[in-house]
Design a protein around this ligand. Structure first.
Ligand code: NAP
Ligand code: G4F
Length: 333
């Protein structure tokens, strides 16, 4: 019998999936990463694990219930991290049905699979601070916590709330070790290029290198509680090590506007006043917006003994430095 624990990660080639795979491999796990089939290769975030004997990849799609059953039967995982999603909030207004089928329907397929095939498997659901929407049910000093009212304002967030409650229902009704991490925005040099932080750091790097003049953005007044993805995957793992499953908010406890993020990046890049470079485009506004997010992760800090190590300014600098360095490397070749 293998001494290794086995973990399955859906969305392994995404930002969080790749950091989590690195973390679990470093802890001696056997990791089975699931990715959907795409016509172009998009595995750069996990390419460094390709030859690792403890890492395997399989094709899978959130909409494929039979595939989940086969994978559970084959690997009998100790832990299952469901990170796959159409994760872009603005895009969810354009393709609401697909977003919802994957997030809501896909989560239910996995929970049903675990209930019927491997009920001992510990399950992690990637819930989101976006579920709070604009409910304003928070202490202004501390922010949203696990008990705050959720009032989602996007198709993405409604689908995440469905999956969030379904995870709780399977925990309570069937005794599954099923946990939701309500994660606030987390970013990194591996962040998808269409999210606002990465869009800003990549553009600033190109402007600094003289390759681009302007950056086009939407709402600069939105506030987000931004943390570092590398810190947040540790919280995911800690949640599944607890004897009893529960839900946890994971956040830094500090919120900043998109404008403040721009200020840090452009000043660090040595470019000065960001307003010289930023154009507004109304097409980047959303039909509904979440104006303000601040998270209270007191419970995660107390129970999981987790804490974030990187604040927003350090994160912004880390992301710019990484983008500038890889651009410089490319230009040198
Ligand atoms: P990400 O970089 O967008 O990764 C999402 C992953 O899901 C990608 O590997 C993507 O594959 C895959 N995927 C998309 N649709 C799929 C489908 N139909 N079937 C199978 N796989 C599919 O997202 P992330 O930032 O790592 O976030 C991980 C999870 O946490 C997501 O569920 C997200 O909604 C949630 N979340 C994220 C944050 C955050 O701030 N990052 C905060 C709260 C919650 P492709 O590469 O082929 O698109
Ligand atoms: O970077 P964003 O697209 O992230 P958003 O919408 O907060 O969603 C992210 O965090 C959620 C957790 O709260 C996750 F569940 C979700 O999967 C995703 O990872 O946008 C942040 C803010 C928004 O208010 C948006 O309106 O930036 C504003 N923004 C302004 N201009 C822009 C842009 N966002 C994007 N993506 N692109 C822009 O040009």
């Amino acid at each position: 019998m293998s001494m290794h624990k086995t973990a399955i990660i859906t969305g392994v080639n995404g930002q969080d999936g790749s950091y989590l795979a690195d973390l679990l491999i470093s802890k001696g796990y056997r990791v089975v990463g699931l990715k959907r089939r795409t016509s172009s290769i998009n595995t750069t975030r996990v390419d460094h694990l390709y030859d690792n004997p403890n890492f395997k990849m399989h094709h899978y799609d959130l909409t494929d219930g039979a595939a989940v059953m086969h994978i559970l039967e084959k690997y009998k995982p100790d832990e299952f991290y469901n990170l796959a999603a159409q994760s872009h909030v603005a895009v969810s207004f354009e393709i609401p049905e697909y977003t919802s089928d994957g997030i809501a329907g896909g989560t239910l397929k996995i929970l049903e699979g675990i209930r019927t095939v491997t009920p001992y498997t510990r399950y992690y659901q990637a819930s989101s601070s976006e579920m709070f929407g604009d409910s304003k049910d928070y202490d202004p000093e501390r922010g949203y916590n696990e008990g705050s009212r959720m009032m989602p304002v996007s198709p993405y967030a409604v689908a995440k709330l469905h999956a969030h409650h379904m995870t709780r229902v399977y925990r309570e009704a069937y005794g599954l070790h099923a946990t939701s991490g309500i994660l606030f925005n987390h970013e990194s040099p591996r962040r998808g290029e269409t999210f606002v932080t990465r869009k800003i750091t990549m553009a600033a790097a190109r402007i600094r290198a003289g390759l681009q003049e302007k950056l086009t953005l939407g709402n600069l007044d939105a506030h987000r509680d931004w943390g570092f993805a590398g810190d947040y995957v540790e919280a995911m793992w800690l949640m599944l090590q607890q004897p009893v499953a529960d839900d946890y908010v994971v956040a830094t406890g500090k919120t900043h506007s998109v404008r403040e993020f721009l200020e840090v990046v452009f000043s660090h890049a040595g470019l000065g006043d960001y307003t010289q470079y930023v154009d507004f485009d109304a097409r980047l506004l959303r039909p509904n917006e979440v104006p303000y997010l601040l998270g209270d992760s007191y419970k995660a800090r107390r129970v999981l003994e987790w804490e974030p190590k990187v604040d927003m300014p350090a994160l912004a600098r880390m992301m710019f430095d990484s983008d500038y360095e890889s651009l410089y490397e490319k230009l040198r070749k």
